[in-house]
Design a protein around this ligand. Structure first.
Ligand code: IPT
Length: 965
């Protein structure tokens, strides 16, 4: 059998061990290599001759050779384990390197941090070994193959191997040497296993370092000089936690080699069904993180890794699941240093066997146990010294299988100091946690109260069922952040925080996997190359856009996760939701605004508030003054910001905030003047109406068109549901909301009012809405719109049921020059019914282009909610002000909803010559039905009668003396 198809994990590799920072010589072999791609596996060893070049680490498919491929669950080859197709792209890599003159004569190790998916190595033409396991290190003993001076290194990488059957994660298939390659002088200290525990009752720590027998362990700061293997008690030590990531520098030394370590003292334990660290129950505010860089794929730079950790910390995230494979080891160093709890997940996922109904699933076939155990060992051995890693995850989405029993048993024996996790075996027999993905809120609530239904798998096994029911719960994945979304984060958080059994969750997922191929400006996703089998844009589901800028889901998550909560206004209650630290790192600031303009501000004295505690503070009189009546809205904002610089943010960085509307004045009315009937056109309060269409054609001297009732939006990925199945879009389309036709039924001057009656209804169906527009005004316009459904929206034997609308409001077409938007309402970012926690009341200025959220796949976006008023003006400051009575939602763009709906990539959107302004009473929330539940009923816009009022006023040109703001 060919080595890339057999079930041998590797040949010629060394025993797995920790990733160590050693004083012994090392030579990086990263850089430009020679490269040749074969369509099938070639015969004979690589012979570089007229080859091209390739950057290592890197994926050849992102450097102009072949193409990347995205499937979600499906294997992109026939399921016939362990065999691969003839078309097995194979990349031959070759380079020369010079061995430094002072290279020690006692041997060398060649280390690969990650090669996807199977490779063979030759040093100076002699085979050194083979390995599989893409996201895990392999080391080969090569000293005997080296010669002084110039040496050659050849690596043959096969895209497909038996290992591929274990690597069916929902991500791009990206072959290549994608992590570092290093030549190491043979280690004298082969391995180090640090055991550093913390006793929260006494405040002491115990350090024991298993390593080379004659080694000396030193922790200078603690005055420790100890022998290997001998436990040392430290009477007083500062523990490590994600909140206070205290690390102690240490060394392990033998003659000729020093290894540098950073030690964190901490103890994790399961206490009465609760997972604890240093004696306290843990609560994960987590994300699932794939390694992704829009140009480099999974060949991550340390800078990008640091950016990820810093961004997580800045957004109140305290935990990461390394979905679904061990990350580059430097990432875990950053988690130790900056403070994140880590679930380290093994490089195992056999998801594609759903298509054989799990027949042949490697996880349940003993023949595959060595391959699986090899992966588990390589992960645990590599990462065992990271205090941040508190849970080992056996795999993702690989169904139930006996091999997991073996992995769990080995792991528990090797490292009793951590917990073991596996989600997809519904007995949870091998897991220390109960877990699910994407449950609806009701299910989560039932789990919180331990009243969940018995899974089929444990129904006949009372002991297993009793064990399962006693387990703490982790929400492994939820809130699918695909496209515009997720919605419902606040609802999930409320439940997660309510029940001690629920120890937090991990949102899916950190970053969009959009790829920018050389020279391209649009991100590609599945199907862009005409592949027949692909996962479309299902991997564009992150809180970050592919270029690592936050998408609106990230600030929303940050707000919902706040570790300090502010309630009030007076007294202001400060709740400390942290586990280990007080609030003395924070400064509390208040600000009073009138219609968004600050009129007073100050600092609050907050006494010490211990973890889990709260305190009440009386606000200074001027912060909550309600005395002088004002025609402006007064809002108090309280913010908790970092008092001093932290490693992950500078002083002033906001951690938490709250707003309190102190008084909302009544919106002043509009003066009413006569309606001037001019035959074909009718004039009311600065507006000119066309009798035939019932529409406003001129407004304060500008050409406009509309406003017309609008019920449609460009469906979001979450509207569409998973694979277009369980979404609302289908229902909305079936009811024809995407093909509404307008007809004017009445155009009547009634006293001082112009009343336009219209019917808005879909082609081909009998349902519709009656829309009544009532216009009045003198220099300004007042519009009241009544919308009333008629017909069988509830469905009949022959027509579909439609229970909700995407939006209810009006659409108005404006001249393109009105591109400057200033509004007072929630912002600065977009918000929707179930994703509006992060939007705060304020005065904001953006251009129409800046109001767009650049989703990789265009869809509804950019709504601003609770808008009291908004102005759209031209370069001179002249334009239009819309005021709600009291509020409305604002969406403005240069493309129509229909353009947005048709576009598959951002470059498909060509700006039109107008601005399309949607003024809505409401929209349906977002939900996360692209993988999970849709928006809950309280966030859904039911089919019903609605009425709303808007005022339109001219904005005069700016006085040239005043500056634009
Ligand atoms: C779940 C997978 O674990 C994850 O990799 C990703 O595919 C996610 O879904 C959706 O993007 S599996 C699903 C069947 C719950």
């Amino acid at each position: 059998m060919r080595y890339f198809e057999d079930l041998t994990p590797s040949t010629g590799t060394r025993e797995p061990r920790a990733w160590l920072k050693s004083s012994r010589p090392r030579l990086s072999l990263n850089g430009r290599w020679q490269f040749k791609l074969w369509e099938t596996v070639p015969d004979g060893p690589p012979r570089p001759d007229g080859w091209g070049e390739l950057e290592v680490p890197g994926h050849w498919v992102l450097q102009g050779h072949d193409r990347p491929r995205y499937t979600n669950t499906a294997f992109p080859f026939p399921i016939d384990p362990p065999y691969t197709p003839d078309a097995n792209p194979t990349g031959d890599h070759f380079r020369w390197f010079d061995l430094p003159d002072d290279w020690p004569a006692d041997g060398a190790v060649l280390r690969f941090e990650g090669v996807d998916s199977c490779f063979k190595v030759w040093v100076n033409g002699v085979e050194a070994g083979t390995a599989k396991g893409s996201r895990l290190p392999s080391e080969f003993t090569v000293g005997h193959l080296l010669r002084p001076g110039r040496n050659s290194l050849a690596v043959r990488v096969h895209q497909w191997s038996s290992g591929s059957y274990l690597e069916d994660q929902d991500m791009w298939w990206l072959p290549g040497i994608f992590r570092d390659v290093t030549l190491l002088a043979r280690p004298l200290i082969d391995d180090v296993f640090v055991h550093a525990s913390y006793d929260h009752l006494t405040g002491s720590g115990i350090l024991r370092v298993e390593t080379a027998p004659d080694a000396v362990v030193r922790v200078p700061e603690l005055g420790i000089v100890a022998e290997a293997g001998v436990p040392v008690t430290v009477p007083v030590v500062e523990p490590w936690s994600a909140e206070l990531p205290r690390l102690y520098d240490a060394t392990v030394e033998v003659p000729g080699e020093t290894v540098e370590l950073r030690i964190g003292f901490r103890t994790v334990a399961m206490v009465d069904g609760v997972f604890t660290a240093n004696g306290q129950p843990l609560f994960f505010r987590g994300v699932n993180r794939h390694e992704h860089d829009e140009r480099r794929g999974r060949a991550m730079t340390v800078e990008a890794m640091r950016e990820d950790v810093v961004l997580m910390k800045q957004h109140n995230i305290n935990a990461v699941r390394t979905a679904h494979y061990p990350p580059h080891p430097a990432f875990l160093d950053l988690c130790d240093e900056l403070g994140l709890w880590v679930i380290d997940e093994c490089d195992i996922e056999t998801h594609g066997f759903i298509y054989t109904d799990w027949r042949g699933n490697p996880a349940d076939d003993p023949a595959w146990a060595p391959m699986m155990l090899d992966r588990m060992r390589r992960m645990v051995e590599r990462d065992k010294n990271h205090p941040s890693v508190v849970i080992w995850s056996l795999a993702n989405e690989s169904h139930r299988g006996r091999n997991f029993g073996e992995l769990a048993a080995w792991t528990r024996e090797r490292d009793p100091g951590r917990a073991v996790f596996y989600e997809r075996d519904r007995t949870y027999e091998f897991s220390d946690f109960y877990s699910l993905m994407y449950p609806p809120l009701e299910d989560l609530e039932a789990i919180g109260t331990r009243t969940e239904d018995v899974p089929d798998e444990t129904a006949e096994h009372p002991e297993l069922e009793a064990r399962r029911r006693a387990l703490p719960f982790i929400l492994a994945e939820y809130a699918h952040a695909m496209g515009n979304g997720p919605g419902g984060l606040a609802d999930y958080q409320r439940i997660l925080e309510r029940y001690p059994r629920l120890q937090g969750g991990f949102l899916w997922e950190w970053i969009d996997h959009g790829l920018l191929l050389p020279g391209a400006t649009d991100h590609v996703y599945g199907g862009d190359f005409g592949e027949k089998l692909h996962g479309a844009n299902f991997c564009i589901d992150g809180l970050l856009f592919p270029n690592r800028t936050p998408s609106p889901g990230l600030p929303e998550y940050k707000k919902v996760l706040e570790p300090v909560r502010l309630a009030g206004p007076n007294p202001l209650v400060v709740h400390n939701h942290r586990t280990f630290s007080g609030v003395d790192d924070l400064e509390f600031l208040w600000s009073l605004t009138e219609d968004g303009v600050e009129v007073d501000a100050g600092r609050l004295e907050v006494p010490a508030v211990g973890p889990g505690e709260s305190t009440e503070i009386r606000l200074p009189a001027q912060a909550s003054a309600l005395s002088a009546p004002s025609s402006l809205e007064r809002v108090l904002t309280v913010r908790a910001v970092l008092a001093k610089d932290e490693a992950w943010a500078t002083a002033g960085h906001e951690v938490a905030w709250a707003q309190f509307v102190l008084d909302s004045p009544v919106v002043p009315g509009v003066a009413v003047g006569p309606v001037v009937d001019g035959g074909e056109v009718v004039r009311v309060g600065g507006g000119v109406f066309d009798r035939r269409t019932g529409r406003l054609v001129r407004l304060f001297g500008q050409r406009v068109d509309g406003p017309a009732v609008d019920l449609w939006r460009a469906p979001t990925d979450n509207d569409n549901g998973q694979g277009g199945r369980n979404g609302v879009t289908q229902e909305w389309r079936a009811a024809g909301l995407d093909r509404l036709v307008h007809r004017v039924d009445g155009f009547d001057v009634m006293g001082d009012e112009l009343v336009v009656r219209a019917r808005v209804a879909p082609e081909g169906l009998g349902v519709g809405v009656r829309a009544t527009y009532r216009w009045s005004g003198e220099d300004e316009l007042r519009l009241t719109v009544d919308v009333e459904p008629e017909g069988e929206w509830g469905g009949t034997a022959v027509t579909p049921r439609c229970g909700s609308w995407p939006r209810v409001g009006v659409r108005l077409v404006l001249p393109r020059v009105l591109e400057n938007v200033r509004w007072y309402g929630r912002g600065p970012g977009e918000a929707y019914a179930d994703s509006r926690e992060a939007a705060r009341i304020g005065l904001y200025t953006r251009t129409v282009d800046e109001l767009q959220t650049p989703y990789v796949v265009p869809q509804e976006n950019g709504a601003r909610v609770d808008v009291r008023w908004a102005e759209l003006t031209d370069a001179e400051g002249k334009g239009l002000r819309v005021t709600g009575a009291p509020h409305f939602q604002l969406t403005a763009r240069r493309s129509t909803t229909e353009d947005l709906e048709a576009a598959r990539h951002r470059s498909d959107l060509t700006p039109r010559d107008h601005i399309y302004l949607n003024l809505d009473l409401a929209q349906t929330g977002l939900g996360s039905a692209s993988c999970g539940p849709a928006a809950t009923s309280d966030h859904v816009l039911d089919v019903a009668s609605y009425s709303f009022t808007l005022h339109l006023r001219p904005v005069p040109p700016r006085d040239p003396g005043t500056e634009a703001d």
